[in-house]
Design a protein around this ligand. Structure first.
Ligand code: ANZ
Ligand code: ZN
Length: 808
């Protein structure tokens, strides 16, 4: 059969689906001692079309899943939809379609595209977070966490647009304005729900060491958690009361020339009540979002009327409100040491403050010796810290601070999981009863893009009874951050139809941890921190076992076009569908795998790469077509000719290499180059070898199985053509046969006066003398040697050639 992917691929996909070949077993069906492999790709957002980034991600996962199945593993390979979030709500505002309709349509379209790629997902386990049989478990988990004390409520500033009467997400605010309408956005405090991620800060940090993750991702997580060891120190305010600072450099205490407090610090807020200029400054800072403040390097301050007393010198130190001090880090107050801290230095220069040097360092690595520091002068930094803490008594203590924040999960949006709490006039905020879940999103809402969150306009939703006292009460209208949906979804795949629990522990014990997780580097922090946090919570709730969800992580590189990311806004998208409809899925898969090592970027330079992949597949097809299928068994090694043995050596080397690439090294592009080399070797097998039929049958049989994970459709077709029964994807992965891996004989070419006149085989360990002797008696070369004078015999390095020069 010729190579006709466009008609053959859908046919083969149907066979796979009908035979249930992608189905993963439930824990009860697994035989004792069976090896499992959980292959997970990051949950896609149903934006409408799949893009090349998806294609690359899913192909990598599929190659692994298919390889492991052939290796005898029970494989879990599911997919679902991260289907809550802003784009659906924006589409609803713009086009007046309900987010559910928009979302369903997109899922349907993308699923069709993914199925065309032949990705081996167990679609029976498909989940979608916008459906209430999924999000009810977000609510259930929220209630469990509430009970365990892992949820709390606190004030936090949000982006508030007065003109629209709406809270905006960070990504909707550009330059302090609503991205869509340009209305100004300010910061406003609002009561929000939080998950206590900080409770697990140390564990999240410590467990990183044991994970087989890319180093850069681990580094990003360490920074995100940001553990700092230092001290807290209380300064007395001149007017009474205290201000506590967090410092990592208590040794610089004698260099303090000012105190900088966050504009949201209670001391500043109180002072601002009686100081209009200070109040104006605080408002000016508040207008800038936290993100912008963090990235801006303009240091702004305002001198207050307050001073604190230096605990050792008794000197007065002026207190400033400053934009670079964050309320949610440390204590929201900094002791300013301009001689030894860059930010403080910039600030002091701007506001004309002195910067006395108090540490002398001999080198960059030397932590320093104290100078101008009273009784501590001459001490090493470390020693001074201990001595100061001792002397400061109850005023100071060693402490550790983290950059990691508790996770604010409230969103004032419609398209998310309703937070399952109720506001009762008597009982306050009360959790909904578990048996009343799900708290469903109502349909009777309007999407206007302005005014309060749509949920607050639905009376059917709003009005309820207090779960505690039963009197009329109002439902919470905040919904959950959509990161909640993606923080445990891989567990729901394991038990997607469970109506009693989010998932049964037996299922998670059978499959967890995930053996390989593949996704984009953009999820290095938020998603991958939240998911790890959730898993630890689930463990502590007794729902899951083990400390970590994802044992191995690979972040695939992006697919670029002309050096930049493919994106709608740049208009440089190459649609996978277009490629598939011209070349078939196998060619696209092969290209994606071959184009670059997994973690590197792929530059899409046009269709050349795909053309190359397609040519390779055609060549392989022809090779199988040209071969006459035979039932002849492979003869014993001793009976084979040198060429045949050379081919089997290559074959078995390739098997060993590809197995190692896929099983241990997770190197995918070399799998394709290995297949290409092997196909060349097959093509080079001379026509006249004695056991050609049996050797080719044996080699093609293995070759087709080796290519099956990457080009699974063509592999199925060739598998049948080779006379094999059943599905190639269910055949066993070839094992390297050790006897062929030792090249005990080598083939040596015999040249006479520069022309190839014969071939001989000698043992691999033969000496030069033995090779020379064997060449001289080579039967095929005798006609060219007979009656001639041997001038010289040359043996070039490498041992593959004996060159004889004759005269006469
Ligand atoms: C005095 C000092 C002297 C400091 C010196 C540093 C160097 P990391 O390492 O990131 O944890 N700081 C404390 N709280 C802050 C806040 N809320 N906003 C902005 N800066 C804050 O940084 C800890 C250091 O950052 C602290 O140590 C404090 O400045 C500042 F030569 O105290 B240091
Ligand atoms: Zn009540």
């Amino acid at each position: 059969m010729p190579f006709q992917p466009l008609t053959q691929e859908p046919e083969i996909q149907r066979r796979w689906l009908e035979s249930g070949a992608f189905r993963a077993k439930r824990s009860g069906e697994l035989l004792p001692g069976s090896k499992t492999f959980y292959m997970l790709v990051m949950l896609p957002y149903p934006s409408g079309r799949i893009h090349m980034g998806h294609v690359r991600n899913y192909t990598l996962g599929d190659v692994t899943a298919r390889f492991r199945r052939m290796k005898g593993y029970e494989v879990m390979h599911p997919l679902g939809w991260d289907s809550f979030g802003l784009p659906a709500e924006n589409a609803a505002i713009k086009h007046g379609i309900h987010p559910a309709i928009w979302t369903r349509k997109n899922i349907e379209e993308m699923k069709g595209q993914i199925q065309k790629m032949g990705i081996s997902y167990d679609w029976d386990r498909e989940i979608a977070s916008f459906q209430d049989d999924y999000y009810r478990w977000n609510q259930w988990l929220f209630l469990q966490m509430w009970e365990q004390g892992d949820v709390f409520r606190a004030m936090r500033t949000v982006n508030w647009c007065e003109a629209l009467g709406t809270v905006l997400a960070n990504e909707q605010v550009v330059d302090g304005k609503d991205e869509r309408t340009g209305h100004p956005v300010t910061q406003k405090p609002l009561e929000q729900y939080f998950f206590k991620t900080t409770k697990y800060a140390d564990e999240l940090l410590d467990c990183l060491d044991g994970l087989d993750w890319p180093d850069n991702v681990k580094t990003m997580q360490r920074h995100w958690i940001g553990k700092s060891e230092g001290a807290r120190l209380a300064f007395d305010l001149q007017t009474g009361g205290q201000v506590e600072v967090f410092t990592t450099r208590l040794d610089t205490l004698f260099g303090v020339t000012f105190m900088a407090l966050s504009t949201e610090h209670p001391v500043i807020e109180q002072a601002a009540e009686a100081d209009a200029a200070l109040k104006a400054f605080c408002d000016q800072v508040a207008a800038v979002s936290r993100e912008e403040r963090l990235t801006s390097d303009v240091k702004l301050g305002h001198r207050t009327a307050l001073s604190v007393i230096h605990p050792f010198t008794g000197e007065k130190v002026p207190v400033f409100a400053a934009n670079y001090v964050l309320m949610d880090y440390g204590t929201g107050a900094v002791m300013g040491v301009p001689a030894h801290d860059e930010r403080d230095h910039e600030f002091a220069e701007k506001y004309g403050l002195p910067f006395p040097k108090v540490i002398e360092s001999e080198s960059e690595w030397d932590l320093g010796t104290l100078v101008n520091s009273g009784e501590f002068t001459g001490m090493k930094s470390e020693e001074a810290v201990a001595a100061m803490i001792a002397k400061l008594g109850t005023r100071a203590e060693k402490t550790t601070t983290y950059k990691l924040k508790d996770w604010g999960l409230s969103r004032q949006r419609y398209w998310g999981t309703p937070i399952p709490t109720v506001h009762c006039p008597d009982c306050g905020v009360v959790p909904e009863k578990a048996e009343n879940l799900p708290v469903r999103l109502p349909e009777d809402v309007a999407f206007t893009g302005h005014g309060p969150s749509p949920l607050t306009t639905s009376s059917s939703f709003l009005n309820t009874k207090c779960p505690s006292c039963g009197q009329p009460a109002k439902r919470e209208t905040d919904t959950m951050d959509t990161f909640v949906d993606s923080s445990w979804y891989w567990l729901r795949y394991l038990d997607p139809k469970n109506t009693e629990l989010p998932f049964a522990k037996a299922e998670s014990d059978a499959w967890m941890p995930v053996d390989l997780y593949v996704g984009g580097i953009e999820h290095a922090t938020m998603h991958l921190i939240y998911a790890r946090f959730f898993y630890k919570v689930l463990r502590d709730l007794g729902l899951a076992s083990g400390p970590e969800p994802f044992q191995k992580l690979i972040c695939q590189g992006m697919v670029l076009k002309d050096g930049s990311k493919m994106s709608k806004s740049k208009g440089n998208i190459v649609d996978p569908d277009e490629v598939i409809s011209r070349y078939g899925a196998d060619a696209l898969r092969l290209f994606m795998i071959f184009a670059a090592p997994i973690e590197k970027e792929i530059d899409w330079t046009g269709f050349e790469g795909i053309e190359g992949a397609s040519r390779f597949l055609k060549r392989v097809t022809r090779m199988v077509e040209d071969h006459a299928v035979t039932a002849d068994p492979l003869p014993a090694k001793d009976a084979l000719s040198a060429e045949e043995k050379a081919l089997l050596l290559k074959l078995n080397q390739t098997i060993a290499r590809l197995t190692d690439d896929l099983e241990r090294r997770y190197q995918f592009n070399t799998v394709v180059s290995g297949l290409m080399e092997l196909s060349n070797a097959l093509g080079d097998l001379p026509a006249a070898v004695p056991h050609r039929g049996a050797v080719m049958q044996h080699a093609l049989d293995a070759f087709v199985r080796l290519m099956s994970p990457v080009a699974p459709h063509l592999a199925e077709q060739l598998w049948s053509q080779l006379g094999k029964a059943g599905l190639c994807m269910q055949a066993a992965w070839p094992e390297a046969d050790a006897q062929y891996l030792e090249a005990d004989e080598v083939l040596v070419v015999v040249q006479v006066n520069g022309k190839v006149r014969g071939r001989i085989t000698v043992s691999a360990g033969a000496t030069e003398e033995q090779r020379r002797a064997a060449a001289l008696v080579c039967a095929e070369a005798q006609p060219h040697l007979a009656g001639k004078e041997i001038v010289k015999v040359v043996l070039p390095p490498g041992g593959k050639l004996v060159s004889i020069v004759v005269k006469g």
